[in-house]
Design a protein. Structure first.
Length: 364
């Protein structure tokens, strides 16, 4: 079973979240961007993957076509581990992390979708799981920079059944507003997206500690400064989370060896796909750290995250969901939790096929 074709589809789906859109890299994110990676085998099987592309969709698409596809076309679609190794090795000259690995991730997810379809099994069963039918979700609020809006959205999330809420704020006032809005029974996390120096992070961790955070996420720049992150964790007494910016198991090995985190956050669309996520999960479990995937996606990366967590034997952790209202969904209501939990699809491979009408309407 050979890889006969690799294609990409760029989607831009408008959304609303009750605030003013923000972004990174000099761009405002007014749409939820998805880069689908479609793989077709010579016997007609079709697999769907997703490569991380927020703010860099065109660049990642080029990496899939110009870097990944020349290595992968004609290869055995069943040899996922071998192809993952060869792609990392042959493309290392262009960077081990970032956009190169995002592109590899998209292909890898699609190949695992094909593997499940060829076996007639959902991915979670192919990976040795299958007993879990649902997974707890947490609401990942976007950035508001407004305590009143934060309080209102937290109240809305609790009303929708969420028991865990993550903020993307860097101010104490917004965190205080969230805690006052939801009370002591709801877990609050704060993702700061790498804004602070070590001294600033030490100061802010002390200021946020009274709000009983489940975790403080990525408080330092650069995010790969694991030694400083470990020192902050020891000295502040605040649980820390990181990993969405880490690619491959090697960066996670360094993070865990430093004792930098309480919660490790691999992202299947960024870390190297399902193959690399499995390596990271084994390292995390062996280090006695909690696996908490980074997964604010609405494409095949979201489905892959559900299957990876459903396949685990221990506590499954939480699945992240951006607290936004999309104009359309590739998978209908499957992206919406009920009473704070996601259902895990049970069809072969990733379990669901993307809606062709949504693809036709929102592709660019």
């Amino acid at each position: 079973m050979k890889i006969a074709a690799i294609d990409t589809i760029q989607l831009k789906v408008p959304y609303q979240f009750g605030g003013k859109p923000t972004g990174y890299g000099g761009k405002v994110w007014s749409t939820n961007d998805i880069l689908l990676v479609k793989v077709v085998t010579d016997n007609g099987l079709v697999g769907w993957g997703e490569a991380f592309c927020y703010g860099c969709q065109t660049a990642v698409r080029a990496a899939v076509h110009d870097m990944v596809a020349p290595v992968a076309l004609g290869r055995d679609a069943r040899d996922i581990a071998g192809l993952s190794h060869d792609l990392q090795q042959q493309l290392h000259l262009f960077g081990r992390y970032g956009i190169t690995t995002f592109a590899i991730s998209g292909l890898d997810i699609a190949l695992w979708d094909i593997a499940g379809k060829a076996a007639g099994l959902p991915l979670m069963q192919l990976l040795g799981g299958g007993a879990r039918t649902s997974l707890s979700a947490y609401a990942s609020l976007l950035k508001y920079r407004d305590p009143a809006l934060v309080a209102a959205r937290c109240g809305q999330a609790v009303g929708q059944g969420y028991r865990h809420i993550k903020l993307h704020e860097t101010g104490e006032a917004e965190v205080r507003a969230a805690r006052e809005a939801v009370g002591p029974e709801i877990a609050i996390m704060v993702d700061t997206n790498c804004p602070w120096t070590p001294e600033q992070a030490r100061h802010m961790a002390a200021r946020l500690k009274p709000y009983d955070l489940l975790w403080l996420e990525e408080p330092l720049f650069p995010p790969e400064d694991f030694a400083t992150l470990a020192r902050l964790r020891r000295e502040s007494g605040v649980p820390l989370a990181a990993g969405e910016n880490a690619c491959t198991a090697f960066q996670f090995r360094e993070m865990l060896a430093a004792g930098a985190v309480d919660y490790a956050q691999p992202s299947v669309t960024k870390v190297g796909g399902v193959s690399e996520f499995l390596k990271v999960a084994a390292l995390v479990e062996g280090a006695g750290v909690t696996l908490m995937p980074h997964s604010p996606y609405f494409g095949p990366g979201f489905l892959a995250t559900l299957h990876l967590m459903a396949a685990r034997g221990g506590p499954p952790g939480l699945v992240e969901r951006y607290h936004m209202d999309l104009d359309a969904s590739l998978y209908g209501e499957w992206v919406n939790p009920r009473e704070g939990s996601f259902a895990v699809p049970t069809g072969p491979g990733l379990g669901l096929e993307p809606d062709p009408k949504v693809i036709a309407t929102y592709s660019v």
